[in-house]
Design a binder for this molecule. Structure first.
Ligand SMILES: C[S@@+](CC[C@H](N)C(=O)[O-])C[C@H]1O[C@@H](n2cnc3c(N)ncnc32)[C@H](O)[C@@H]1O
Length: 317
């Protein structure tokens, strides 16, 4: 990270070699970070879809509410929020870095307009098709079964990273739409259920081994983040997630030998989900490399980490 900093940087609540987690409001923490210090930013901001509606999960009626943090504050206020965090990210991103933003129709248009009006150059709009999405209960409209990811660079002349050949090579084990040795297209079929290999960017929602520490209400599947990390960053890159939740981005970053900086306003998500997940990967990596784990790293969940590492090496997560 570069030296220049606008404000005194707060202390991370978790810090190990290659990983830092910060608790606090994304705009505030981003404002303390050194400018042009991140190679890639993946942002999964609140979608504002917690409107007291009902959905279905595992055959049961459930509330769509994710938490107070996910309530819409109205079109204008939501847009102002997206504009503010996107502008804060622009300062922290390196000139040739890229920003990924995920959302549904509740939020993605506001994010897209904030990017366009902020001078970003849009590279792609990815449709992540979710084969196992919940049915629509009222049967008065189509069942929403995808999320949108926007991939953007700071300027049209920026030299962004894209591992074209690796993406082209990828076979469709986890994506029923991807054919090996054909260009990767902008519709991804990744299932949210990890134990259901598909032959689509149709990734399912996160599977069992991704929830061993509990589950974040909007946790992204690891396969989705792994692809994003591999496609748009080099080994050793600094990846930042300003709304990291359970740190799926961080897990993907560490598994791919990148560095990770995560921020979340919820101490509970960080302590109960993000830290144990990242710790598990750090311990597994240390065990497999035969090197002692760093600092105060206790690796208490060694059985868990070995299971996780075995899953990783067998390609099941
Ligand atoms: C959609 S979730 C991200 C889930 C994450 N991608 C994962 O895989 O676990 C959004 C996260 O943003 C956090 N959040 C909401 N408002 C925030 C803010 N102003 N600053 C930082 N984090 C915020 C919430 O606590 C929540 O964990």
């Amino acid at each position: 990270m570069r030296e220049t900093q606008s404000k005194q940087m707060r202390k991370p609540i978790f810090s190990q070699i290659g990983v830092q987690l910060y608790h606090g409001d994304a705009m505030e923490v981003l404002g303390e970070m050194p400018e042009e210090s991140a190679d890639m930013i993946f942002a999964d901001p609140p979608y504002g879809l917690s409107n007291d509606g009902m959905s279905v999960h595992a055959g049961k009626r459930v509330s769509v509410n994710k938490g107070a943090w996910d309530r819409s504050r109205g079109v204008e206020a939501d847009f102002a929020f997206h504009k503010a965090w996107i502008s804060a990210c622009r300062r922290v991103l390196k000139p040739n870095g890229t920003l990924w933003v995920s959302g549904t129709y509740h939020s993605i248009y506001a994010c897209g307009f904030a990017l366009q009006s902020g001078g970003w150059h849009l590279l792609n709009e990815i449709c992540w098709y979710k084969p196992n999405a919940a049915p629509h209960l009222a049967c008065r409209m189509f069942a929403a079964s995808h999320e949108t990811l926007i991939w953007a660079r700071k300027t049209k002349s920026a030299k962004h990273t894209f591992h074209y050949r690796e993406m082209r090579r990828e076979s469709g084990n986890w994506d029923f739409l991807k054919k090996a040795n054909r260009q990767m297209r902008s519709v991804w079929g990744i299932s949210e259920e990890e134990d259901v290999p598909t032959t689509a960017w149709a990734f399912n929602t996160p599977g069992r081994s991704e929830k061993v520490h509990g589950k974040h209400p909007t946790q992204k599947p690891l396969k989705l983040l792994e692809r994003i990390v591999r496609a748009s960053t080099d080994t050793g890159a600094v990846i930042l997630d300003p709304f990291c939740g359970s740190a799926t981005t961080g897990v993907a970053a560490l598994l791919q030998k990148r560095k990770f900086v995560g921020i979340d306003a919820s101490r509970e998500f960080l302590e109960k989900l993000a830290i144990p997940r990242l710790d598990a990967v750090l311990c597994a990596n240390a065990k497999f490399s035969g090197e002692p784990s760093n600092n105060d790293h206790t690796c208490e969940n060694s059985q868990l980490t070995l299971t996780l590492r075995t899953d990783i090496s067998q390609g099941s997560i």
